[in-house]
Design a protein around this ligand. Structure first.
Ligand SMILES: NC(=O)c1ccc[n+]([C@@H]2O[C@H](COP(=O)([O-])OP(=O)(O)OC[C@H]3O[C@@H](n4cnc5c(N)ncnc54)[C@H](O)[C@@H]3O)[C@@H](O)[C@H]2O)c1
Ligand SMILES: [Zn+2]
Ligand SMILES: [Zn+2]
Length: 367
């Protein structure tokens, strides 16, 4: 079968990929659609400390083809979104509904594929850029058959990461204000979740000015060009400390929440600088493991501000994915509109160029 393999230096579409048989708790999924997330590019650029050669892709949906002997959660023919979390189900974090902290979800590398006899790793326990993949039963979340699989695919990462950061990790209250740096597949979902939560000032920032219309479509009330070097001052003008002063004591004024969907030191600096009293930066973007950011201590202590990270929207897949699908079916959140383009897998390089240019909400590969 076909799949996209990163070999440690370059990425290619290969044929002749073979997949092992399912173990008792495994599920073989026939992938129908898979979104290209910025994290896939990071893997292809060697930014992550994970092994290669590996089959790329971690944002997929498809149809269950085969199940292991002990699987009862799904059956052949079921439509599923694949979650990347291989949660154990029994540790204190799983029991508490917080499987993103389950230690069993880290470093889950195996070699379920072979190419010309050579073992090939999976990526993010998922490998959605292949015609078929093998995942654990707990990773398969069954969805109604009327949900287009191209839209369902991006739920597997971009949607849950963005919405979950707002619904689960942050505590956004009605009437609050937020800035979202990076209006991509993740940032747009932060924006639409902020709208659902009742945030009334939602400032989107992106270095690609064409992102303004998408940002506003998803609920942004303001858009700022991220290439401006006075971005903090511009946010201060929108949320001044008082009628007479843009900034107050300890740099107050500004927003309650800043979502960093980029993870660049300057962006994280700006995110902290534009917070109001008690504000919080939520870092969602992933940089290399040795990348550093800096900030002023004086922005934190006396004003109860904080910086927190958020992995995979802090979601519990079997609770949160059905809820998001239900909100979509009721028209409360958009999924179809997130799919700007879809490409058959042989044109995967077009999807990479589109993501690199910042032109798309999401590009999806189809099989
Ligand atoms: N925390 C998690 O679990 C998790 C999950 C998925 C993705 N991510 C990470 O989140 C980030 C966003 O992913 P994505 O798929 O939405 O990417 P994307 O490429 O779709 O979107 C990123 C956006 O940021 C914009 N941008 C780039 N530099 C900027 C800057 N300096 N200021 C403002 N905007 C800027 C780009 O133009 C683009 O629109 C990536 O770092 C990705 O690896 C994290
Ligand atoms: Zn666990
Ligand atoms: Zn992702």
């Amino acid at each position: 079968m076909r799949g996209i393999v990163y070999n440690g230096t370059e990425t290619n579409l290969v044929t002749g990929l073979e997949l092992r048989a399912p173990g008792p708790r495994d599920v073989i999924v026939e992938i129908k659609a898979a979104g290209l997330c910025q994290s896939d590019l990071s893997y292809m650029h060697g930014l992550y400390p994970v092994p290669s050669p590996g089959v790329c892709g971690h944002e997929g949906a498809g149809i269950v083809a085969e199940v292991g002997s002990a699987v009862t959660l799904v059956a052949p023919g079921d439509h599923v979104v694949i979650a990347t979390l291989t949660a154990c189900g029994t540790c204190e974090y799983c029991a508490d509904g917080r499987p993103t902290a389950c230690r069993a979800t880290l470093g889950n590398w195996s070699q379920p594929f072979t190419l010309d006899g050579q073992p090939i790793y999976n990526f993010a326990a998922t490998s959605a850029f292949a015609e078929r993949t093998v995942v654990r039963d707990v990773q398969c979340v069954k969805i109604p058959r009327d949900v287009p699989l191209t839209s369902a695919a991006i739920v597997g990462c971009g949607v849950v990461t963005g919405m979950g950061a707002v619904f689960n990790r942050a505590n956004v209250r009605r009437g609050q204000s937020a800035v979202v740096f990076g209006v991509g597949g993740v940032g747009l979902n932060v924006i639409q979740a902020l709208k659902v939560q009742g945030a009334t000032t939602i400032i989107a920032v992106d270095t690609v000015p064409e992102k303004e219309s998408l940002a506003r479509q998803f609920g942004a009330t303001h858009f700022l060009d991220g290439r401006r070097d006075d971005i903090v001052a511009a946010i201060g003008e929108l949320r001044p400390a008082s009628e007479t002063a843009a900034r107050g004591a300890f740099n107050s004024g500004g927003v309650n929440w800043a979502f960093d969907c980029v993870a660049h030191p300057q962006v994280t600096w700006n995110a902290l600088e534009c917070l109001d009293w008690e504000g919080t930066v939520v870092v969602i973007g992933v940089a290399s493991q040795t990348a550093e950011f800096r900030g002023l201590y004086g922005r934190l202590t006396q004003v109860d501000r904080g910086i927190i990270g958020c992995r995979y929207g802090s979601i519990s897949p079997h609770r949160d994915i059905p809820r998001i699908i239900e909100m979509y079916r009721r028209g409360e959140v958009m999924l179809d509109e997130l799919v700007t383009t879809s490409h058959p897998i042989e044109h995967w390089a077009d999807a990479v160029h589109e993501l690199e240019s910042g032109a798309v909400a999401r590009g999806v590969l189809t099989f």
